[in-house]
Design a protein around this ligand. Sequence first.
Ligand code: SAH
Ligand code: SF4
Ligand code: F3S
Length: 445
Amino acid sequence: MTQADPKKFHIKSFGCQMNVYDGERMSELLVDQGMSAAGNSEEADLVVLNTCHIREKAVDKVYSDIGRLKRKDGTRPMIAVAGCVAQAEGAEISRRAPSVDIVVGPQAYHRLLHLLDLAKSGKKALDTDMPVVSKFDVLPTRGKQARPNAFLTIQEGCDKFCTYCVVPYTRGAEISRPWIDLVEEARALVDGGAREITLLGQNVNAWSGEDDKGRKIGLDGLIRALDRLSGLERIRYMTSHPNDMTDALISAHGDIPTLMPFLHLPVQSGSDRILKAMNRSHDSSSYLAILEKMRQVRPDIALSGDFIVGFPGETDEDFEQTLQIVRAAKYSQAFSFKYSPRPGTPAATMDDQVAPEVMDERLQRLQALLNEQQYAFNQDTVGRVTDVLLERDGKLEGQLIGKTPWLQSVHLISPDLRIGDMVDIEITQAGPNSLTGQITERLAA
Ligand code: SAH
Ligand code: SF4
Ligand code: F3S
C-alpha cells in the first residue's frame, strides 16, 4: 500500500528524558520539512511512538498503543516506531505489528525523512544502524523553545553493562558530544527562551571533551563554560553514575551558583553482594562517601535515586540493606522498580529469580520509606524563601506550576505572571508531592 504525504505529525515519547530530547529533535526535523505538529494522534497523519525498552511493561505499552491507533472508520495514520524498542526488536516489530510503516533506532532518526519517503512508496523502512555520521551533526539548529526549561543531550550510550540493563545494547557505546557543539546548542536554546538547561546522558557525568584552548575537561568544565552564558540561570544534569562522580564535579556544586542543588545518583541496591551481581562496580560505602563529600560542599543538596527490588538472588537480608542505605542517604525523591528480566541481559538467565509477590511486598515497603523521606524533605522547606522558575499552567484559574532549585513542584496563584518568569516565593505549605507558595518579590522577567 502506498501512503499519502503526511502533513501533520504527533510524537509520543516514553521512557527517559533522553527520549523527550530526541522527540523534540525529530519534531524540529519534521517542522523543517514543512510539516506541522498535531495536538494528538487522532488529528495526525504520521504518529511517531518514541519507545522505551527498559522494562517489560514499557514494551507491552508500545504494542497496545499501536493497536489503539486504528480509527473507528478503519483507517490509521502512518506509524513510525522510534527509540529503544525499535533498536532492540528491529524487524520483529513489523512482524508483531504489521501496521507499523517505519522502524527507526535512536541513533538513526536523522534519517527519518528518507524513511518517510520509502514508506510513502510502500517500501519497507527500517534503520537501526549506529552510523558514523552522528545525528547531532545533521539535525537542524535549535529554534524557539516551547518551555523555559530545556533539555540538552551531551552524552549518550553506556559502557557499564549492569547485568539487568538493556541500555548498552539499545543506545550503544558511550560517546560525548564535542564541547563547541554543546556551547553553541546551549546558546541557541537560551536565545530561544530557555532559562534552565538540564544536561542529559545515560551516564552524564562520564562526559569528557576539550575546551576551546584544547584543554581536557570533564562535566565540571563544561558546566563552568555554560555558567558563563548570559541569560542561562539554572543548570542541572542527569543521570549520574557513582563511578564517574569526580571531586571536581562535587566541588563545582560548591562554587557555581547556576548549578542547582540537586543530584540524581542511582544506587539500585544497598547490598554489596547484589551490587556485585548487578556489575555496578561501586559498593554501598563508596556511594555514601560520595554523598558525604557532596554535603560538605553543598549541605542543602537534594538527592534523588533509582532502586531495583527483587534482583535475582535478593534475600530478605539484602533487601533490609537497601532500606538501610535509604535511611542513611536520605532522598528528596526517588524512582523504584520491580526487577524486570530483559532478553539478552545476563541477569535474565540467573538462578534464584525472585517471586512476583515477594517483589510486590518489597516494593511497597521501599516506596513507603521513600515517600516518607520525600514528605519530610518537602516539609523542611516550608517557610523558606526561594526562587522558582514557572514552567507550566496549573489546573486552577490563574494557577502556575514552577520548580524550586531542589526540583520540587510549587503551585502558586498569580494572574499577572507568565510561564518563563522567575519569581521569589515563600513556601507556605508542603504536601507529599508538591508545595504551595506565595510571591514575595518578582525577579527580572
Ligand atoms: N544510567 C542510569 C539509569 C538508566 S535506566 C544509571 O545507571 O543509573 C533507569 C533506571 O531503570 C535504572 O537506574 C534502574 O533502576 C531501572 N532499570 C534498568 N533496568 C531495569 C530492569 N531490567 N528492571 C527493573 N528496573 C530497571
Ligand atoms: Fe544501564 Fe547500568 Fe548503563 Fe545505567 S550504568 S544505563 S543501569 S548499564
Ligand atoms: Fe528507556 Fe531507552 Fe531511555 S530503554 S530509559 S528510552 S535509554
